[in-house]
Design a protein around this ligand. Structure first.
Ligand code: GAR
Length: 199
């Protein structure tokens, strides 16, 4: 069974999709830990309900102690590695990660982003796409799962899905459509990665 560590910062609906897929046998892996940088992330409750160990590692104590972003990332990598993961999934983990995190886990970190490759990177991919739609610049956006490199929301693509933006969409209806798409795409991308590592 592949060992999966999931990193979150918030609601954790994508984490829930992974937990459900593991429970139903759709994914042949095990979520061995859920780690959040925010103690209040609702995803931590989802993990606890599923009986998965949780950890919280916030940046604030590092900042207060005069320690750097790299110090935090190295500590986070160490914490993740203590669970001996085959795969690390960033499912709404809203911190930019430096090589201090990426290098020790190179080739094992997947990120989910609510936009297509090369479009709308950053913390508000959905809002930025919706604004571009309102300016008449795009008529669709999408979702991607990719391997993590130091560049934000970039790296070798594992899976993408196009999401149309409808004439009468509001930001909320677009968000809903994107989240539904994400839940499906993330699980199928993880499945694809786990199967190819078994070949
Ligand atoms: C998801 O839309 C995910 O794509 C996004 O955060 C949300 C987390 O939702 N990630 C990024 O924007 C990364 N740049 P969730 O907590 O309900 O899974």
């Amino acid at each position: 069974m592949a060992r999966i560590v999931v990193l979150i910062s918030g609601s954790g609906t994508n984490l829930q999709a992974i937990l459900d897929a593991v429970a139903s046998g759709r994914l042949s892996g095990e979520v061995v830990a859920v780690i959040s940088n925010r103690g209040k992330a609702y995803g931590l409750e989802r993990a606890k309900k599923a009986g998965v160990p949780t950890e919280v590692l916030g940046f604030l104590p590092f900042k207060r102690a005069g320690r750097s972003r790299e110090d935090y990332d190295a500590a986070l990598a160490e914490l993740v590695q203590s669970y001996e993961p085959d795969l690390v999934v960033l499912a709404g983990f809203m911190r930019i990660l430096t090589p201090a995190f990426i290098d020790p886990l190179q080739g094992r970190i997947l990120n989910l982003h609510p936009a297509l490759p090369g479009q709308f990177p950053g913390a508000d991919g959905i809002g930025d796409a919706f604004k571009a739609f309102q300016r008449g610049e795009v008529d669709h956006t999408g979702v991607m799962v990719h391997w993590v490199i130091p560049e934000v929301d970039a790296g070798p693509v594992v899976a993408t899905a196009v999401v149309p933006i409808e004439e009468n969409d509001t930001l909320e209806t677009l968000e809903e459509r994107i989240h539904r798409t994400e839940h499906e795409l993330l699980v199928s991308a993880i499945d694809q990665v786990l199967r190819s590592s078994n070949d």
